[in-house]
Design a protein around this ligand. Structure first.
Ligand SMILES: [Mn+2]
Length: 294
């Protein structure tokens, strides 16, 4: 059985277009996780959705605390995040990383990439491309450029990468870049139209050729009606149910999770941090065994 380690990055200095406040994400998500873990009895839990009992004994999910981010120093914070992920990978455990704004995603994927040999595929759940190149407004490592910086790592494979949940409007230059490097997109609209089972099949087919797969989530992939505490609101996203079922279906095929942009400053009654905590718990419980094929 795989073992999981949770890391937080209380940093939102890269939130240059969206609302700041995701620095409080790890704290709020931990509070919600504690509530969920209150259902664990004798190191086991019962999952109503699948009518199944799950053994959580041993080192099922260890909270490692926060990476040593520096609020005034984005590059030092990226380094701290990479080191945290590498530390977990060295122990042959599965990292679950919680932001923080989406600039920190690059630190997490870079740490993962350093720790493995072979190709890395990304399953990228987000309302947005996050493919912005260096620009005067946002610099090179903002919350809008994480995916682009990840794709510049040697062994991250665009051909085994898919962006899921994209919608509404984005930069033409980002669309051109996506086409140039051969990214694939499963839009929010199509995923909802074809349903969760076919979405999971399509995603797993796409990343199947990669030696390692990272699941990355910007919580704004979920509709703002279900997840008001995000960095930016894009109407027309996934319901909580659709999102949780995607995470559950994908977890056995993934080697790490990064969940970004939960913003307690604009959340409503912890709705979004509770959703994020549930997704993390679902990921760990359903991902206890790694599978290569469906
Ligand atoms: Mn986004």
């Amino acid at each position: 059985m795989r073992e999981f380690e949770l890391w937080g990055a209380p940093f939102d200095g890269g939130a240059t277009l969206g609302w700041p406040g995701s620095r409080y994400g790890p704290e709020a998500i931990r509070r919600s996780l504690a509530w969920i873990r209150g259902r664990v009895e004798d190191e086991a839990v019962y999952w109503l959705d699948s009518a199944s009992h799950h053994d959580l004994s041993g080192n099922f999910l260890t909270d490692r605390g926060d990476a040593e981010v520096v609020p005034s120093d984005l590059m030092a914070s990226l380094d701290a995040v990479s080191s945290a992920i590498t530390d977990t990978m060295d122990k042959e455990r599965v990292p679950i990383f919680v932001g923080g704004d989406d600039s920190m995603l690059f630190g997490a994927v870079r740490g993962f990439h350093r720790s493995v040999s072979g190709s890395v595929g990304l399953i990228y759940l987000d309302a947005h491309f996050d493919l912005a190149d260096t620009n005067a407004k946002q610099g090179g490592f903002s919350q809008s450029s994480g995916m682009r910086r990840c794709l510049e790592l040697d062994r991250v494979a665009p051909g085994a990468t898919i962006q899921v949940g994209l919608r509404n409007f984005n930069f033409p230059s980002s669309a051109r870049y996506a086409e140039d490097v051969g990214l694939q997109v499963l839009t929010a609209k199509t995923s909802i139209d074809i349903g969760v089972t076919d979405s999971v099949r399509r995603i797993v087919d796409r990343v199947g050729g990669a030696d390692h797969v990272v699941l990355t989530v910007d919580i704004d992939v979920v509709d703002p009606a279900f997840a008001p505490g995000s960095g930016a609101h894009e109407p027309g996203g996934f319901s909580s149910r659709h999102f949780l079922d995607l995470v559950t279906g994908l977890a056995p095929h993934c080697d790490a999770l990064a969940l970004m942009e939960v913003n307690p400053m604009i959340d409503v009654n912890d709705t979004t941090s509770r959703l994020a905590a549930t997704a993390i718990f679902d990921f760990a419980v359903s991902g206890q065994e790694r599978r290569k094929t469906l």
